[in-house]
Structures are given as C-alpha cells and as structure tokens.
Ligand binder design. Structure first.
Ligand code: HAM
Length: 421
C-alpha cells in the first residue's frame, strides 16, 4: 500500500504546538481590537486576474509562485498568495467606501506560494494581516507600524527593529528608476545575470540581490529617499518624526523595496532576534494606487502582513512564556459494565454543568488511569459497582492525592465547590 506524506513545503501543526498558535492568535486578535481594527475574512482563493493586477504580473509571486487552476466552470482561479488584494476587493465590493475613514481591518489565515521551502519559508503558510484604508497621511502608516510592533512586544519578542524606506510615487519614481538603470548600465560587466535581466524588467528588485558581485554596485546605487518628490519627502519626514518622538528604533534601508508592485511611499519590515539577520518577521507599506488598479475609486491604504510560522519559530527560540491549553478538569473511570453505563450518564450531567470532562473508553482500571494521566485532569471520579449500590462515587484530587467518598446526589455541588464552576 502506498504511504502518503504531506506535500512539500506544508506542515502538520501537531497538538503539542497548538498552544503557540492559540496564544499568537489571541495576542493578534486582542491587540488589533484594542487598536480599533475589525476582523474581515475573505476567500482563500480569488480570480487570478485580481492578483495579477494587484500584486503585479511581473512579480515573482504572480509569475512563479501562485497556485493557479481552472475551476470546473473554466474560470482562472488562484489560491491567495497574500491578503491585501482580496481585502481591497472586498472593501470595494461591499461598499465600505461610504464608511467613516479610516476603515481598519485585520485577518488571519493561510496563504500559498510555490517557493523553495526552508526554515521559516513554506508553500502553505499563515499570515496575520492588517490594513488601514482611506487615510493618505502618515498617521495611518504609524498606526500600522505600531500595531505590528506592539503585537511582537506583547508576545515578548526581544530586540525588535524597524527597517524603513520610501519607494516614492508615480510622480518621483520614474526619474529614480531611470537614474538607477543608468547606474546599473555603467556596471553591466560586474553584475549578475539575474540583475542584467532585472534592469529593464523589474529595476527596483536589483537592490534586493544577494549575490556577492552585485553588493558594491548596490552600495553605490542612488537612493530612493534622495529623489523623492516634495509630497513623498514631507510624508516620509513626518513619519520619521513620529517614530523619533516615540523612540521606536528604525534603520533607514535604501535596499528595502519589497516584492509586490502595489507599494507607494512607505515600505517597512520588522526584524526580530531569532531567525537570522536577514529574515523579516513581517513586512508592509503604503499602496495608494491599489484600489484604482482593481477598478475602484482612488483610495489610499497602508498595511502589513506577518508570517505566523516565523512568529512561532521566534517564540520557541526566545523561550517566550506561552500558556498551556486547558485540559478538561474531570476524568471519569469505572469498574464493570453497570458502572460504565452510570459513568456515561454522569459524564453528560457534568458536561451539562459547563464543566469539561472526559471518560475512559477502553481498558481496565489501570489503563483508564493511564489515559487520565496523559493530559492530567485535576479530578478523577471513580465509579465502582459496590460504591454505586451505596449511592456513592470516589473522588480523587490528582494534585493533592486526597481521596473521598461523595454521594451521587452531591456531585454537582462538590464539583462546583472544587472547581469554582
Ligand atoms: P510579504 O512581505 O510578501 O507581504 O509577506 C509578509 C510576511 O509573510 C513576510 O514578512 C513573512 O513573514 C511571511 N511570508 C511570506 N512568504 C512566506 C512563506 N513562503 N513562508 C512563510 N512565511 C512567509 C505581503 O504579503 C503583503 N500583503 C503585506 C502587506 C499588507 N502590505 C500591505 N498590506
């Protein structure tokens, strides 16, 4: 018989890891709500055209990494490689343009990219994502950056730092790109083959190249921030002013261009200790032209997304204190068939009180107690036929080892007293 394995680049998240995920989701949800964000869930697949237009048909994500397919109605669909395009599609489609601005939305869920898997990089991964829509000024950028920061801070991550850049807008970017292309053509003999191709196809991405031979050319390349138009420059200065006032450390990184085409003005990443200097735990930026690209009215927006697998890796690496998931406090064991039937009735009565309870489903007393011990419940109720005939059960406190006889009629009140239920 063939044995199956999970697809390359995917993960089984096993029960012992779930506490990390639950904690992360709780911190993301509570921080986002404290900031006034509302949750939105969009489909895990959308029309391929949405991502081609939104993320950009020349990007690695759209060109090489999408899980695309024809559905049975012959429509071109893709599993979402990111959330922003879908969230803006939903914003436009559901008439949120008329809501008071800003509209602040957050989401969590799976995303899919056909990438070369490695530590912290998967083909199915999970993101938490947040967007502030409808406000052009840098206070919205700040809000997004502070939310990302505070989520990691509340998780207990150490040594957080922003990487920050501005990639300009359709007014100033074309001049910058021309200057960058001229610089690269002057060094055409030195740079790698990929960069030679990128100069014309996707010029900003040359700044992202990791090859040794390209590093001196990148270091000497003109910087976007030196060529911003007045509006982009003022926007960037105001944002930096807020970050300075709040004493949030940031590094100006003129190589930070990010791999999605929709960005305008601010781009940023958060780097944290734990998964190597080059790995961002999250990234985002402003996308003032995206809604228009998707057929809507001009709508400014700014957001970020973060890989949850990476966050879990850092939580483990940095020994972040993560609460254990609760175990049902009561475990019911029994001796003999009559007691078993009574045990099932008792189990449902305890659950009806709102108290979590499990029952042994097989084996003699010793094996039943073993099952109770794997995830230790606070109380074990033992039903023996003799005791039942006297109208009693044995209650054992697994934390103190103390054991007592309890009349069956008093179980509800004893549980309430012991568990505060
Ligand atoms: P992104 O930089 O492509 O941005 O992804 C954001 C984060 O998702 C990354 O920093 C990383 O933590 C995680 N990530 C990306 N790819 C993978 C992967 N293959 N495996 C594991 N984690 C991964 C976006 O997705 C934009 N939509 C962010 C945004 C929202 N910009 C504005 N609004």
């Amino acid at each position: 018989m063939a044995r199956f394995s999970r697809p390359k680049g995917t993960q089984d998240i096993l029960p012992e890891d779930q506490r990390y995920w639950e904690h992360l989701l709780n911190v993301v949800g509570s921080t986002a709500r404290d900031y006034g964000f509302e949750r939105i869930d969009t489909p895990a697949f959308e029309s391929t055209e949405l991502f081609a237009r939104g993320v950009g048909s020349g990007t690695d994500i759209v060109e090489k990494e999408m899980y695309s397919f024809k559905d049975k109605g012959n429509r071109d669909m893709s599993l979402r490689p990111e959330f922003t395009a879908g969230v803006i599609r939903a914003y436009l489609e559901n008439g949120m343009q008329v809501w008071p601005k800003p509209v602040k939305l957050y989401s969590t869920g799976p995303a899919f990219r056909y990438e070369a898997p490695q530590a912290g990089r998967y083909r199915q991964f999970h993101q938490f994502n947040a967007e502030v829509i409808g406000v052009p000024g840098p206070l919205a950028d700040l809000e997004i950056m502070l939310l990302a920061w505070d989520i990691y801070d509340r998780l207990g991550f150490k040594n957080l730092a922003f990487q920050l850049n501005s990639t300009g807008c359709p007014v100033c970017r074309p001049t910058y790109i021309k200057t960058l292309q001229t610089h690269y053509h002057e060094h055409i003999d030195i740079i790698c083959d990929d960069c030679r191709r990128r100069i014309d196809q996707n010029p900003l991405r040359v700044l992202d190249c990791k090859k040794g031979q390209c590093q001196p050319v990148i270091a000497a390349a003109p910087k976007t921030t030196e060529m911003l138009c007045d509006e982009c420059d003022a926007h960037f200065s105001e944002l930096k002013g807020y970050l300075d006032a709040l004493e949030r450390p940031y590094t100006l990184n003129h190589r930070l261009v990010r791999g999605l085409d929709y960005y305008t003005k601010t781009v940023f990443e958060v780097w944290a200790e734990g998964i190597g200097a080059q790995s961002a735990v999250c990234g985002g930026g402003r996308y003032d032209g995206l809604a228009e690209l998707l057929g809507g009215p001009r709508t400014p927006g700014v957001g970020f997304a973060a890989g949850m697998e990476r966050a879990v890796l850092v939580m483990k690496e940095q020994n972040v204190d993560v609460p254990e998931l609760p175990v049902p406090p009561v475990f019911v064991v029994y001796l003999g068939e009559t007691a078993r039937t009574y045990a099932v009735k008792l189990l449902t009565e305890i659950r009806a009180l709102g108290v979590g309870a499990r029952i042994a489903m097989r084996g003699g007393l010793r094996s039943q107690l073993k099952q109770a011990n794997r995830r230790a419940s606070k109380l074990v109720i033992l039903l023996g036929e003799d005791e039942l005939s006297r109208g009693e059960v044995t209650l054992r406190d697994m934390e103190t080892g103390e054991q007592s006889m309890v009349p069956t009629t008093a179980i509800a009140s004893v549980l309430q007293e012991r568990l505060g239920a």
